[in-house]
Design a protein around this ligand. Structure first.
Ligand code: XMP
Length: 535
């Protein structure tokens, strides 16, 4: 996540041709047609977990585009609206007559019913949560599941009348049509959510759709995908030169290693070490990428330059701005030294490019990205080798490529680095205190086996000093805060319930081993109202 450079929309359009060329990795695939529900990415990930490639498109996409893609099957997702409401999200009937197997989920099931001439009405009883369901085992979808089980429901409308040719294949106490199908036409619908864990044997139901209904082979395997991507990149890049801003974060590392495998030293990675990284981080990046992978890595050691620009600056936004701008300047200077560049690498991943089914434009990265793209470097195109992958798949690809597990599982780290974890002005001595304290915290979290459960955890050096006592003497030293959060998307987060004995050990070690800290607090606010970082 750090210091990723993000293209302005016009720059993306300018390079659209390059992106299209790059997208042609042929394999069987399933379409997740997005009607705006909350589980849409989850559905695509569940399909991919079965080694079937799934992509998400909004329901507003035209039928022609769908037909041109040769999908093995289509899944209609849930959605927030009513199919009979004004401006309801629907799809033309021809979709259901194209001979492609379709599975409608929740709202998607109601779309199928409505468009094909059935009726959807407000339910007398709103079903929400775990619900007992009875399946008809004669259905291909339910042949492998127990006849009576638990499913996850979340609906206020229900299918009151079936379209012609359909039969009911599952019921609950308050839902007479919890599933319906028309086997000859390959059309299936479930009112519940097979993709969420609360639905028992939901995976079996999705598998039955993919393998028994759609006839998928399940041949989307990460190692093959990585290999094919590398071949494709090699073809696309030819003998041209590629530049990558390496941050040591997961995405830029995996992208860079993939390109390196394709074109070796035609790739140059520039790693801007602004001196605001965690303990040993800069050296680790150098060791792994130059040492282990023998990559062309330029490390710009510009700590002094950054610290002198930041001297005396206390306002968080000003700090961020200075770092963002300076980062781009350094990157540009280094790129110029390298000479002519043809392609620039972006670590864009699939959630960044999904067009949303709720009508909002795709959000290209979050508010944090630093400084935009260098304006002074000319290049012909952008390469985005991770464009098709979810974050967990990027990690899998990283492991497949031989990137060390520590790096692949690295927690996110903000572009402005420790500058936003030191309240007030930044000095070399504060940086050194924070680095040591943070390293101890991370070490203890890891040795307690909590590092995969807590999504982000770090220390913050506050600007507060308080009185303490050590030995016989009075101290007047810094207050350190520890922060640990659990989250799925970093947009909202809960504070991690770290066991007291772990906190206790961390606190003792930091006070004993790091100078100038005499008091430690643990941050117990969620996001919102707090943010994850302190600045
Ligand atoms: P907040 O503090 O906004 O952070 O709750 C949400 C997530 O974003 C990370 N973060 C950044 N990432 N550049 C980045 O690449 C930044 O400037 C930046 N600021 C915050 C933060 O670490 C958390 O994971």
């Amino acid at each position: 996540m750090e210091h990723e450079m993000v293209l302005e929309q016009e720059q993306i359009l300018e390079h659209e041709k390059v992106l299209e060329n790059e997208k042609v990795l042929e394999h069987e695939k399933v379409l997740v047609l997005d009607f705006g529900g909350q589980y849409n990415q989850l559905i695509a990930r569940r399909v991919r977990e079965q080694n079937v490639y799934a992509e998400i498109l909004p329901y507003t996409v035209g039928l022609d585009r769908i037909l041109a893609e040769n999908y093995k099957g289509i899944i209609l997702t849930g959605g927030p609206k009513s199919v009979y409401g004004e401006n309801a999200a629907l799809f033309e009937r021809a979709l259901f007559e194209a001979g492609i197997p379709i599975l409608g989920i929740c709202y998607g099931a109601q779309v199928m019913a409505q468009v094909l001439g059935g009726a959807v009405r407000p339910a007398g009883v709103r079903e929400y949560g775990s619900t007992v369901i009875r399946y008809n085992g004669a259905s291909k979808l339910f042949a492998q599941v127990r006849p009576k089980s638990i499913c996850w429901m979340s609906h206020t409308d229900y299918i009151a009348e079936l379209p012609e040719g359909f039969t009911v294949t599952a019921t609950t106490e308050s839902c007479p049509c919890a599933a319906m199908e028309c086997e000859e036409r390959g059309l299936y619908a479930v009112q519940f959510h097979p993709e969420v864990n609360h639905t028992q044997q939901g995976t079996e139901i999705l598998r039955a759709f993919l393998f028994d209904v759609c006839g998928c082979a399940g041949d989307w395997i990460m190692s093959d995908f990585v290999e094919r991507s590398i071949e494709k990149l090699r073809e696309q890049i030819g003998d041209r030169r590629v530049l990558c801003a390496m941050s040591g974060g997961v995405d830029s590392s995996v992208a860079a290693v993939m390109i390196h495998k394709a074109v070796g030293k035609q790739l140059t990675c520039v790693f801007v070490d602004h001196g605001l990284l965690r303990k040993n981080e800069g050296d680790d990046v150098e060791r792994i990428f130059r040492g282990q992978f023998d990559m062309n890595l330029v490390r710009a050691n510009v700590e002094e330059r950054f610290l002198s620009k930041l001297a005396g600056v206390t306002d968080p936004e000003t700090k961020r701005k200075i770092i963002g701008e300076e980062f781009i300047r350094v990157f540009e200077e280094e790129a110029k030294k390298i000479g002519e560049i043809d392609y620039l690498v972006q670590g864009t991943i699939y959630p960044d490019v999904i067009e949303s089914g709720t009508g909002d434009a795709a959000v290209i990265k979050s508010h944090h990205n630093v400084g935009g793209l260098p304006k002074d470097i000319s290049f012909k195109g952008i390469i985005e080798p991770l464009r098709d992958l979810f974050k967990d798949e990027v990690r899998k690809a990283g492991l497949t490529l031989g990137i060390p597990e520590d790096l692949v599982w690295r927690q996110p780290f903000p572009g402005p680095g420790l500058a936003v974890r030191i309240m007030g002005d930044i000095t070399p001595s504060k940086l050194s205190i924070l680095r040591d304290a943070d390293a101890i915290f991370r070490e203890e979290i890891r040795s307690a086996g909590l590092d995969r459960d807590i999504n982000q955890y770090f220390a913050v050096l506050t600007d507060v000093r308080s009185v303490g006592v050590m030995g016989d003497g009075r101290t007047y030293d810094y207050l350190l805060a520890l922060r640990g959060v659990t989250t799925t998307d970093f947009m909202t987060a809960d504070y991690a319930k770290i066991p007291y004995d772990v906190l206790d050990k961390v606190s003792r070690r930091i006070v004993n081993e790091v100078g100038h800290i005499n008091r430690i607090v643990y941050d117990i606010t969620s996001k919102p109202p707090a943010t994850i970082e302190w600045e």
